[in-house]
Write a protein that binds this ligand. Structure first.
Ligand code: EPU
Length: 333
């Protein structure tokens, strides 16, 4: 393993932000990862770079985890366990499972990033979250170098959340994730409005047809990081109290919402940001996507600080108008 000096990180983050890694190493096996953990103290793990905003150079040793491999454990007639190494590209894993007619990940097609970082924020889209198909993951304890298995309960999954974003933040490196997928009697989920609309003609859509519908919807709404730098949803959808909701619905009868419980209502942040007039707005090279206000974009040379300043401006305005604080979903570095 060669530790390189002053490496530009622009190709390694989907926002396409330029910042340097003082020291950078590509790791191709768990054995190599353990060697690095044993010899270095301050580490910064880089997965697919799809959920970070770099606002400065990284002083810690940047580990580019590039471990590859998919193992199938065909343990019974109906289900299969698929284990993927952390460095596998998420969308390629989804496409591979779809090609095998393994059901469970199809609604999560085209989400940028790698397998290893997917459980950290319990990635989700179109009615499905990773936790719905999660079996277990293997992670290395940075302090001891030992391997630990995490079950779903150990991961403490929540909406775009897990223990790896909270009490275990920075303490473990996920090296592989195992999913329990279906081989037949697929338990497909087409409840999400936009998917239902695209599949109206189909009686029993196949796994491939659902993945194709998800890909078409995402391509029509969300910017491709290869064309315009972005990190998907920049904010979480906020959950508000029913009192505040009652106040808001009087003023905005059309406000989209999802009832979570008697006193918890989730409001799409994209709608709030659009109401504040930010949708499609551009400030230098930093902007708010024209088709989905939840996504902040880098048109080419925005700095992380400029994107962050825009995010703060949006948070202030939404707070002022709606009395709602938007929580940032992306990791600010
Ligand atoms: N909306 C607006 N204006 C906008 C965007 C959305 O009014 O600019 C309204 C829509 O009309 C709709 C509602 O907000 O009534 C919800 O919009 P959408 O279905 O696009 O979903 P979302 O809540 O904005 C979430 C996820 C996405 C995921 C989609 C589909 C979060 C933070 N985001 O977005 O996840 O793809 O649902 O399931 O939960 C991501 O995490 O990176 C991501 C893209």
């Amino acid at each position: 393993m060669e530790i390189q000096q002053n490496i530009p990180l622009k190709p390694y983050n989907t926002f396409g932000i330029q910042a340097n890694a003082k020291r950078f190493v590509t790791v191709n096996s768990v054995k190599e990862l353990k060697e690095i953990i044993a010899s270095e103290k301050y580490l910064f793990l880089l997965g697919g770079g799809s959920n970070i905003l770099l606002t400065k150079d990284v002083e810690k040793l940047v580990i580019h985890l590039n471990t590859k491999g998919i193992i199938v454990n065909d343990f019974d007639e109906d289900e299969v366990l698929v284990t993927a190494e952390a460095g596998e590209n998420w969308h390629e894993l989804v496409l591979w499972c779809v090609s095998q007619n393994y059901g469970g990940l199809e609604n999560l097609a085209l989400i940028p990033g790698n397998v290893g970082t997917s459980p950290i924020q319990n990635i989700g889209a179109y009615g499905v979250e990773i936790k719905d198909v999660f079996q277990q993951l293997e992670a290395i304890d940075i302090e001891t170098g030992k391997t630990k298995i995490f079950t779903s309960a150990d991961c403490g999954f929540g909406y775009r959340n897990s223990v790896f974003k909270n009490e275990l933040k920075g303490k473990f490196i996920i090296v592989s994730v195992t999913f329990k997928l279906t081989k037949k009697n697929h338990n497909i989920n087409i409840s999400y409005g936009a998917i239902k609309d695209l599949l109206t003609e189909k009686e029993n859509p196949s796994i491939k047809e659902i993945a194709d519908a998800v890909i078409a919807i995402r391509q029509s709404k969300l910017p491709d990081p290869k064309e315009i730098g972005n990190s998907g949803s920049f904010f979480k959808n906020p959950v508000i109290t029913s009192n505040l909701f009652q106040e808001l619905i009087k003023k905005y009868p059309e406000i989209p919402h999802y009832i979570i419980s008697e006193n918890e209502i989730k409001i799409p942040a994209g709608w709030l940001i659009e109401q504040c007039g930010f949708k499609g707005k551009r400030f230098g090279d930093a902007g708010v996507h024209e088709k989905q206000a939840l996504v902040l974009v880098n048109y080419s040379n925005a700095s992380g600080k400029e994107i962050y300043a825009l995010a703060q401006k949006i948070q202030q305005k939404v707070l002022e108008i709606f009395k709602i604080s938007l929580e940032i979903e992306v990791n600010i570095i």
